[in-house]
Design a protein around this ligand. Structure first.
Ligand code: ADP
Length: 482
């Protein structure tokens, strides 16, 4: 099958979070099974763009409303990522340094989606599946079914994967002119609660919808930033497929971001060397357990409760552990985490920013990884941590619930708590300190975690059978909830 993934992120080209990791890995494993999976994404001004060679494969001209623009599709020459990678270059709109965060993101991602469809519309053959990811590409199923110019594509099966339902790309109806002329009887397929909602439109128009864990799919019917009723209504076409991790990139025996490699057998010594590096760099006490947090400093990740949980732990448990935080996000949270630094007694440090290399060293050198997420569609960090022998301390939610078993249970290996609340996290930290002092149990748990299989193997097969179900079928006619 020929599968076209359309996404705003793809590691190592451009990554802001888990979406990038998934789109950088899934197609590679689909190709290994003999399929032809390709990735199409915007051409940002990234290092990867500068450091690689490209062929121009298509030049076209299209418009969003009355803004006409030329677009160019370029393809990476060597297939070094394990799949064909295409970038869409739109002068002035996409060629910027950051992936998101501009005032005209609506225009940027609409222009991207229209260009992708415009390009595919001139192909002599049709791909077997177009697989779109999150709201930045959520309008594509609507465009190919209901925009007059592209209706000859309407029979191409589409899959939408929701990596994060918190962000939906909502825009006012005054922006409807950005779309290529469309059948206005179908306005309900764009609308959700009085606005154009690309994620909701994707849920309505895609043939199949997946989320990145089974538990997240369940939870979204209860809480998904306003989409609950829609997901309940469309439950028949939704399924949860757990993300895997790229075991080539995330392998403690070969990881290119740090030197002291280790395997299950040499984990104790290998991890100790990375821990020492971290402790020397960040002025921490190497003899205490090292608890780290890596991620976006936003409410979803429970980052706002970290400062209180850390101070309470020092106060109630004592200065028996180190904390090291890596992340960026809400300025207030950044400021609070920075200000804790003043009270540090060689047991706390923070790095505000995005640093891929440091994150790898932290997975390798830490003893515990804290994830007090309020919402966690799948979560990759806990899987990376486990592969690197670092005990995850997670809140029982979404993909964390599906991947971590508390060490108190049979064959368990993590620390699990129920609420993203200071008390629960502090109790988890107390349990971590206790576990750390039992070195035999710690070693046993480490080995158990490192032997777990979080590869893409079984999830890739689930995606393939989902695509197979749609092959040679007529497009589904959408209906709307009352
Ligand atoms: P989300 O996509 O919701 O941010 P995931 O757990 O799915 O969360 O993926 C997060 C990915 O982003 C992981 O690879 C993690 O290591 C990485 N990451 C997040 N913040 C940072 C940071 N500040 N520096 C380096 N890597 C980060």
């Amino acid at each position: 099958m020929e599968i076209i993934h359309v996404s705003a992120e793809c590691y190592p080209v451009a990554k802001a979070g888990g979406l990038g990791d998934v789109v950088g890995a899934l197609p590679k494993y689909q190709n290994e099974l003999g399929h032809i999976a390709k990735v199409v994404m915007p051409m940002y001004k990234t290092k990867f763009l500068m450091n690689n060679a490209w062929d121009v494969v298509h030049k076209g001209r299209t418009n969003i409303g009355d803004y006409w623009f030329d677009y160019t599709i370029i393809k990476e020459q060597t297939n070094k990522l394990g799949f064909d990678l295409y970038l869409v270059d739109i002068n002035g709109l996409l060629d910027r340094e950051k992936v998101y965060g501009y005032d005209d993101d609506t225009e940027r991602f609409t222009a991207f989606q229209v260009s992708v469809v415009d390009w595919i519309s001139v192909w002599v053959h049709k791909p077997d599946v177009i697989h779109v990811h999150d709201h930045h590409t959520g309008l594509i199923p609507f465009i190919i079914k209901h925009c007059y110019k592209y209706q000859h594509l309407h029979s191409i099966p589409t899959v939408l994967t929701i990596h994060n339902a918190q962000y939906q790309g909502t825009m006012g109806w005054d922006k409807s002119y950005l779309l290529p002329p469309w059948d206005s009887w179908k306005w309900g397929l764009l609308d959700w609660k009085g606005a154009i909602n690309p994620l909701a439109s994707g849920i309505k128009c895609a043939w199949k919808v997946t989320t990145v864990s089974k538990s997240y799919l369940e939870e979204m019917r209860q809480s998904s930033n306003g989409l609950e009723d829609l997901l309940e209504y469309e439950r028949g076409k939704c399924s949860g497929i757990l993300n895997g991790i790229d075991v080539d990139v995330w392998d403690p025996a070969t990881d290119s971001y740090f030197e002291d490699h280790f395997t299950v057998k040499t984990a104790a010594e290998g991890k100790a060397k990375s821990k020492k590096k971290l402790c020397d760099t960040f002025d921490l006490d190497v003899n205490k357990p090292l608890i780290v947090f890596i991620g976006r400093l936003v409410g979803e990740k429970g980052a706002d409760i970290l400062p209180a949980a850390i101070s309470d732990s020092f106060y109630y448990i004592g200065r028996k552990m180190n904390f090291l935080i890596l992340g960026s996000g809400f300025p207030e949270v950044e400021a609070q985490l920075n200000s804790l630094q003043r009270l540090a007694q060689k047991d706390y440090s923070v790095y505000i920013g995005y640093n891929e290399a440091l994150s790898h060293l932290m997975y390798a050198g830490a003893d515990f990884l804290l994830m007090p997420s309020r919402v966690e569609p799948c979560g990759l960090n806990q899987m990376y941590a486990m592969r690197y022998g670092t005990v995850p301390m997670v809140r029982r939610t979404g993909g964390l619930r599906d991947t971590v078993i508390d060490y108190g249970e049979k064959n368990g290996y993590g620390i699990v708590y129920n609420w993203a609340a200071v008390g629960d996290i502090t109790q988890g930290i107390w349990r971590a300190v206790d576990l750390y002092n039992d070195s035999e149990r710690m070693a046993e748990i480490r080995e158990r975690m490192m032997l777990l299989d979080f590869s893409w193997q079984s999830s890739v097969l689930q995606y393939i059978s989902l695509y197979e179900e749609m092959r040679h079928k007529e497009p589904v006619t959408e209906s709307l909830p009352e």
